[in-house]
Design a protein around this ligand. Sequence first.
Ligand SMILES: NC(=O)c1ccc[n+]([C@@H]2O[C@H](COP(=O)([O-])OP(=O)(O)OC[C@H]3O[C@@H](n4cnc5c(N)ncnc54)[C@H](O)[C@@H]3O)[C@@H](O)[C@H]2O)c1
Length: 347
Amino acid sequence: MAKNAGKPRKLKTVMIGCGGRAQAHMAAMLSSKAIDLVAVCDLDEAKLKAAGEKFGVKKLYNNMEEAIGTEKPEFVDICTPPTIRTSIVEPAIKAGAPHILIEKPIALTPSESRRLVELGKDRLIAVNTQYQWMPHWQRFWEILAKKELGDILYIRASTKADILEQGPHTLDLAMKAARISGLPDPEWVIAGAAGVAYHGAIPVPGDVTAIAGLGDARLFINHGGTAPEVPGEKVFWYHIQVDVVGTKGRLWVTLNQGWTLWYKGKFTKGKTDWGKNDGQSQAGLYIELRDRIHAGTWQEFPTRVEIAAKNSELMMATYLSALNNTKVDLPAKLPDSLVKRVGKLAK
Ligand SMILES: NC(=O)c1ccc[n+]([C@@H]2O[C@H](COP(=O)([O-])OP(=O)(O)OC[C@H]3O[C@@H](n4cnc5c(N)ncnc54)[C@H](O)[C@@H]3O)[C@@H](O)[C@H]2O)c1
């Protein structure tokens, strides 16, 4: 019998961008055994060569269109900074990219997010909010889907980093917990914000506190220096926590200081470990990508851009609510002009 008989075929992939985060992407491509990384591409010759050597990839390109046109991959992983999104996704599609993964945050302005949704209508544009595939979250999705926590009343999502930096992860988890529990998308949001952080030249509120309505349930969002600490956590970036409170139970999950689950009258605890869980979740994402692209069920990919765009809209609606001192009803066609106004937020 052939050596690979029965094993699913690997997904033929080209990697665009060989910077910091791409190292975790390429390591997980190998560990997942789901990806056939045929070529890598970066404008920076030193990073390109280093990635080729480290991950054993022979075909190196410094022009994305040439890489896609020559290799004709099934899937293109684009790992570039947030200032480079539609400006790289559009030419990647023109060059023949059939399905694409982009990093978070998907967009710095509301219109860019809407454009990505249009581009993702007839192909998969998946978003790299990989935490969903952490082994503990995979178990929690099943518990939530079975309504083991009863009706969900509150979800809290927080981190000390600004909302555009880590909101894509916390809101991805919070809104997946909401959706899987049968709650509707956010219907309105009220927010306060202070201070300014920058992504490139784009201003983002430094600190956001918000409450959103999901039917009868409420989502509480805290992003920035005033967000609650994770007990025992020493690393600024790891103060990430999501709390799901239901009528019959409760789930509290931190990035790196464990989780606690109250359900079926029992109280259990487990470990979380960013160093290990990140690689596991990134590999899990690639396995599901391979399986769904090959099965033709990519429309159901859990982090497709339509879903991420709703979270992006919620994040930017918090800016508008804070700036106008008013409740914002959702969905809303938010104007790009609100981003410039963020630069004037009081410290
Ligand atoms: N999901 C996560 O947990 C996670 C963690 C860290 C960073 N990120 C995100 O990953 C993204 C990338 O961050 P990073 O730290 O790797 O950035 P980086 O600046 O280290 O790397 C980006 C790379 O893209 C290359 N590049 C830019 N334009 C290109 C083009 N046209 N063709 C080929 N290569 C091009 C650059 O030369 C650079 O090497 C950001 O959006 C960041 O927010 C996500």
